[in-house]
Each structure stands twice: as C-alpha cells, then as structure tokens.
Design a binder for this molecule. Structure first.
Ligand SMILES: NC(=O)c1ccc[n+]([C@@H]2O[C@H](COP(=O)([O-])OP(=O)(O)OC[C@H]3O[C@@H](n4cnc5c(N)ncnc54)[C@H](O)[C@@H]3O)[C@@H](O)[C@H]2O)c1
Length: 251
C-alpha cells in the first residue's frame, strides 16, 4: 500500500500522541502539530525512533489561520501530500458556567470549533486538488451529548464540532473525502489526570465502565486507524463512541 501522510493537531501529548502512535505503527507518516512547538518536535523525534517512520513536529496554534496555512505548506513541502487530518487539539477549562468569563467561553469555542474549521477547510482544499480522496477525523467527546455545569463551554463546542463534521462530510463526500467523529469516553491524559487519579473517581470508573477500566490514548488511536482503513470508505458523517460501554449503562 502507498505510504500515507497524516496531520494530527494537539499531538504533542495525550490522545493526539496516542493517535500518532497508532497511525505510525501502520506505516503512516505523521505530522505532529501542537501549540507547544518544542514538545511537538520532541514527540515527533520520539515517535520516529520508536516506529522508524518519517515524522515532523511543528508549532501551530490552530486558532490562528495563518499558522494553519503555514502548517499545510510545510507538510506539503516535506511530504508532498496530505491523506489524513485528525482534528484532535482541544481544551476543557472545567469552570462552572455561571462563573465563567466571556473570554474563557470564547477561547474554548475558538480552539475546539474554529480551529477544526480552519484545519479542515485548508487541508481539504489540498486533498481535493490532489484528487486522491482522504480522511478527516474530528475528536469530539461524550460531552457533545451529556454535560455538567463545569463543562458548558466545552459541551457546546463539542456538540458544534459534531455538526461541523457532518457539514464537511456532505461537502467533501463527492470528492472521496470522508469525515467522521470519534467521541472518547473517560481517557487518562494530562487533561483529566487531576480527576481520575483520585481514589473515588478511579473506583467509579472501575464500577461504571463495562470493560472495567479507564480508556487510554491508544484506544482512541486504534479507532482512528479503523476509520482510516480502505474498508471504511463508505463510513461518512457519523460519530463513533469509544468509551468502553460507559454510555450504554442506564444511570
Ligand atoms: N481526555 C479525555 O478524557 C477526553 C475525553 C473526550 C474528549 N477528549 C478530547 O480529546 C482531545 C485531546 O485531549 P487530551 O486529553 O489528550 O488533552 P491534553 O490536554 O492532554 O492535550 C491537548 C493538546 O492540544 C494542544 N493544544 C491546545 N490548544 C491548542 C491550539 N490552540 N493549537 C494547537 N494545539 C493546541 C496542547 O498543547 C496539548 O498538547 C481534545 O479535543 C479533548 O477535548 C478528551
């Protein structure tokens, strides 16, 4: 199979790095784009050493369209093509919606929603021009369906992201570019560690999640691999919940 090239946003750590790892294991060349450029370069070097595939770490704040344009340009200069985009970068401040400042609300929406808009539109234009199709994956959340007072901004942005995915799926399907969402459940990363490593929440996960454990970044990476497989060519415009069965449980 010809070598593929993937851009993964927010991939210097956490779920993004797990996705990068799983794609690289399949032989996919990986561009790790992250606001933290130094961490992106370190992560890319670490992944290249571990898998033997060509990688690149680039600084990119996805809320700044010129930086996303530069990311696409540099990817094409160094790899010549873009086959896969994973819109993974996201933030979740965990502040009660009644206490949240306007700036914080706007920031969450800017990163989680506008960032994915810039990346998808610009990467998809290149995919269309090349004419070989492509895959775009949006990392949403269970919070696109259920939420809490401390996740008002986050849930609104993720629900919006799910619908943005559907609009792109309709626009890009005729070009052979599929768009789908993955909604992770509870995944242990630096974003959530402060909570899930406390004894009570840790016990809750064991009891509540049918598979009996918290998710890992590679659980999400493996789902991305599935949706990027040639066999997934007819899957378009849908959300895949990857939560160990958590959402299937009634109260
Ligand atoms: N961890 C979970 O339980 C969980 C559950 C559901 C969904 N998610 C989603 O998965 C994605 C990754 O989450 P995570 O837990 O790995 O988070 P994380 O905080 O560990 O990592 C996020 C990465 O995104 C980068 N980033 C933040 N803002 C950026 C920007 N403007 N431009 C570019 N990069 C930026 C950060 O530097 C960081 O490397 C997010 O979209 C999150 O909403 C996570």
């Amino acid at each position: 199979m010809p070598t593929k090239v993937a851009i993964i946003t927010g991939a210097a750590r956490g779920i993004g790095y797990g996705i990068a790892t799983c794609l690289a294991r399949q032989g996919t060349q990986v561009v790790i784009a992250d606001m933290n450029g130094e961490s992106a370069r370190e992560a890319a070097a670490q992944l290249a050493a571990a898998t033997g595939v060509k990688t690149l770490g680039l600084a990119c704040d996805i809320t700044a369209r010129p930086q996303v344009e530069a990311l696409i340009r540099e990817t094409l200069r160094q790899f010549g093509q873009i086959d896969i985009l994973v819109n993974n970068a996201g933030i979740c401040p965990f502040v009660d919606i009644m206490e949240m400042s306007e700036e914080m609300f706007k920031k969450t929406v800017d990163v989680n929603l506008h960032g994915a808009f810039h990346c998808t539109q610009l990467a998809a234009r290149e995919m269309i021009q090349r004419g070989q199709g492509g895959r775009v994956i949006f990392i949403t959340s269970l919070a696109a369906n259920v939420t809490s007072a401390a996740q008002g901004d986050y849930a609104a942005s993720k629900a919006g992201l799910h619908m943005l995915m559907k609009s792109f799926a309709i626009a890009l399907g005729p070009k052979g570019i599929t768009c789908n969402a993955i909604a992770p459940g509870m995944i242990l990363t630096d974003m959530t560690r402060f909570h899930w490593e406390k004894p009570e929440p840790a016990a809750f996960v064991k009891q509540r999640v049918p598979v009996g454990r918290i998710g890992t970044p590679e659980d999400i990476g493996n789902a991305v691999v599935l949706l990027c497989a040639p066999e997934a060519a007819y899957i378009n415009g849908v959300g895949l919940i990857v939560d160990g069965g958590h959402q299937a449980v009634c109260a």
